[in-house]
Design a binder for this molecule. Structure first.
Ligand SMILES: [Zn+2]
Ligand SMILES: [Zn+2]
Length: 337
């Protein structure tokens, strides 16, 4: 097999590359810039052209980062390495390796529904597939993003009528830009937190069409900022700056909001199930259509999804913490959303 699972990450010995390594390595191939995939300290990085600038913004200016186009081939010791869109966040990639007639695809995080901002997911055929499984349970089935958009707009209108400021909590890379794109024509005064605006800038400079939103200014809180909808990092609520906009209410934009407890509170304005990951149907389609003979499941419900695939005649194995032995679910693998 072309790849090995090691404590430092997915390793291709023949090419000497690690994919999304958890430690400093010589050559790192990075699928996207979320912190559980992109870490500082490696000697050289290879990533998509779209992600190169975003990665630089996240890990620092001195890193040696090479950006390649989707579909472009890099050869190392006879191994063909290329990247294809994963549809997860702008610039996110699946890694395709080919050597001696064997094709191996590592999806990284992916989303099969197009969000109008990230490059759309591209299905790849392969012999060996490494798939993520963040939302690999049948209860995770996403609504179309237009439906979610309408419920966010309704939520904001109800809050605003009650004199409440609306904070929509979202991760700064990917989710926030997607929400701005989705909402900017439907909410008259859309604000973003300054930290999110820094990421917006990096994403815009990489060539993505992130619409302009007003940047929150906590020095001079205007009448317009009160009662408006602001996209903020999850840690913002409860801060002194948030108090300046009281009374307020908050909601999270995350796939985790689809679980029962969260959905119940969604009606009270606690969350919207909008995710950057594939849902149950998306994951199943990708595995089936890849026609892979071997599937390795990482990053999420690895045991559960592997068992389901096995029952359906697919040779799947869960991978946890760099080993093939199934381990226990930890909070850290369920980060993101
Ligand atoms: Zn991610
Ligand atoms: Zn991830």
């Amino acid at each position: 097999m072309l790849i090995e699972f090691t404590p430092s990450g997915i390793f291709c010995p023949r090419a000497g590359i690690y994919i999304d390594p958890s430690r400093s390595v010589d050559k790192a191939v990075i699928t996207h810039s979320h912190s559980d995939h992109a870490r500082k300290g490696s000697r050289a990085y290879l990533t998509s052209r779209g992600n190169a600038g975003i990665l630089r913004h996240r890990i620092g200016t001195s890193a040696s980062i090479e950006g390649i186009e989707f579909g472009e081939e890099v050869m190392i010791n006879g191994v063909s390495i290329s990247l294809y869109p994963a549809g997860h966040v702008p610039g996110s990639a699946q890694v395709r390796l080919e050597f001696g007639g064997e094709v191996c695809v590592v999806t990284g995080d992916y989303k099969t529904e197009s969000d109008g901002l990230s490059e759309s997911f591209e299905l790849l055929r392969c012999n060996v597939l490494v798939t993520e499984s963040t939302f690999a349970l049948p209860l995770f089935k996403w609504d179309k993003q237009e439906i979610i958009r309408d419920s966010v707009v309704d939520w904001w209108k109800r809050n605003s009528a009650k004199g409440l400021t609306s904070f929509l909590c979202a991760y700064s890379l990917g989710k926030s830009q997607r929400l701005i794109k989705l909402l900017h024509r439907h909410i008259p005064h859309l604000y973003v937190h300054p930290l999110i605006e820094r990421t917006n800038d990096a994403v815009r400079r990489s060539g993505y069409d992130v619409p302009e939103a007003r940047v929150m200014n906590f020095q001079t809180v205007t009448k317009e900022m009160k009662g408006a909808l602001s996209i903020v990092p999850p840690s913002f609520t409860g801060s002194d700056d948030a108090e300046k906009l009281a009374p307020y209410t908050k909601a999270f934009a995350s796939g985790w909001m689809a679980v029962r407890g969260s959905r119940r509170s969604r009606n009270a304005g606690a969350g919207f199930p909008v995710s950057d990951h594939a849902d149950w149907n998306g994951l199943n389609e990708v595995v089936r259509q890849s026609e892979a003979e071997r599937v390795f499941v990482v990053h999420g419900f690895a045991d559960e999804f592997s068992r389901w695939l096995n029952v359906n005649g697919i040779n799947a194995t869960p991978v946890r913490g760099g080993t093939l032995k199934p381990g226990t679910e930890t909070a850290s693998v369920r980060s993101g959303g």
